[in-house]
Design a protein around this ligand. Structure first.
Ligand SMILES: Cc1cc2nc3c(=O)[nH]c(=O)nc-3n(C[C@H](O)[C@H](O)[C@H](O)COP(=O)(O)OP(=O)(O)OC[C@H]3O[C@@H](n4cnc5c(N)ncnc54)[C@H](O)[C@@H]3O)c2cc1C
Length: 365
């Protein structure tokens, strides 16, 4: 069971005490030495840069922790793709999803009735803890999209709904990567692979086949029944203020909860919850509670539920916010922190990484 603390000092302790040495060798195993930092990075309470700086300060050299830093860079890469493509990441980006036959979600998986036990255990854990290991996310996504022939979009929304680290760029684009919408190649894993990385020994399942057989799959009975699943976010009720005390206003939101951001500035601190964002990308009650708990690290924060335009009417002075593709705010925009300043559209992660790594090495010299 993962208990994700919402206290800032605990989070910084986690960053500063993370032992990265076994990461490259063990990260693909369900019980491997991963960092569990994604809920904090996704909520913008810390950044990929915070994590990298902590490692460098502790004496690690980039060459010895490259795999881990590459994973941090994957996150920045997906973000830069979202910045570049905007809403286009909500549909098949580079290639249409091939052999797709249905929309919706398979009842067996999302209601924990799969004939593959380790899927049931992991999905139950997702509902309970709000976390799923990266390799399991890939297995579940490939089962839904490439075996069950479901379109990726609703399934991605379902996973995002339950993840404490829900980040629409990492989520939607990873689902698209699995479904072959980014590079026209579908990701498939068979039961032997799952058994190895999950340390189980399941036999005779629908995935217990050779890769050639799996590539020819037509239909799997247990994947055909659609779930009647509605993702509803529970609006929080709060009384919006009628006026604000200070001249300037800092906007925090689902993607920016950094208590260190402009912390010296005298300003109103507003947690802006725009219903239109959560209607489009709903989150579960559990995830909402975690988000609100994390926001308590920001002193004197006022929760405002409504559109930016309504908030703007209450503000006298300058409005400050951090850049994010979901924001259509007006005011002074600060950049988000990332590993490097590399931005824009890169057709492959490795082209992006090459530039990012060069910057990281240059900054060392
Ligand atoms: C289908 C699918 C859906 C996903 N949805 C999300 C999501 O909604 N939010 C999210 O943050 N990540 C998502 N990921 C990426 C990845 O699974 C998680 O970032 C990772 O599992 C988080 O666990 P960790 O912090 O222990 O990672 P670690 O392995 O310790 O990695 C350190 C950090 O690097 C970044 N990272 C690691 N792997 C990836 C990756 N494959 N892609 C992007 N960044 C990565 C994360 O910020 C992570 O915190 C998804 C992956 C898949 C395959």
């Amino acid at each position: 069971m993962n208990n994700f603390s919402s206290h800032y000092d605990d989070i910084i302790d986690l960053v500063d005490s993370y032992k990265v040495s076994h990461y490259a060798k063990t990260r693909n195993f369900l019980d491997g030495g991963v960092s569990y930092l994604s809920p904090y990075i996704s909520r913008g309470i810390i950044s990929t840069r915070t994590v990298y700086n902590s490692l460098i300060k502790r004496g690690y050299a980039l060459e010895n922790i490259e795999k881990f830093v590459q994973e941090l860079a994957w996150r920045d890469y997906w973000q830069s793709q979202w910045d570049f493509h905007g809403d286009k990441i909500d549909s098949d980006l580079n290639f249409s999803q091939k052999s797709m036959q249905r929309h919706g979600l398979p009842n067996s998986l999302i209601n924990v009735r799969s004939s593959i036990d380790v899927f049931n255990v992991s999905i139950e854990k997702l509902y309970k803890d709000g976390y799923m290991h990266n390799h399991m996310r890939m297995y579940v996504a490939m089962s839904i999209c490439n075996i069950g022939a479901y379109h990726w979009h609703e399934a991605a929304k379902w996973m995002y709904y339950h993840l404490l680290d829900g980040d629409w760029a990492s989520n939607a684009l990873s689902w698209q990567w699995v479904a072959g919408c980014l590079n026209d190649k579908k990701y498939i894993a068979n039961q032997e692979n799952i058994n190895k990385y999950c340390r189980v020994n399941e036999r005779g399942t629908y995935l217990d086949k050779s890769y050639d057989d799996l590539a020819q799959y037509n239909e799997v009975d247990e994947m055909l029944i659609l779930a009647d699943e509605k993702l509803i976010w529970k609006q929080i009720h709060c009384q919006n203020p009628e006026s604000l005390v200070h001249d300037d206003t800092l906007i925090f939101n689902y993607y920016n909860l950094d208590p260190k951001w402009r912390s010296e500035q005298v300003a109103n601190r507003i947690l802006l919850i725009e219903p239109k964002v959560f209607e489009r990308y709903p989150i579960s009650e559990k995830v909402m509670t975690f988000f609100l708990d994390l926001s308590k690290n920001i002193n004197d924060l006022i929760i405002f539920v409504g559109d930016f335009s309504e908030l703007k009417n209450l503000c006298r002075g300058e409005i400050y916010y951090r850049q994010h593709p979901l924001n259509d705010y007006l005011g002074v925009e600060d950049q988000r922190e990332s590993l490097s300043s590399v931005k824009g559209n890169y057709s492959s992660f490795y082209k992006f990484w090459k530039k990012c790594k060069r910057q990281l090495l240059e900054e060392r010299n």
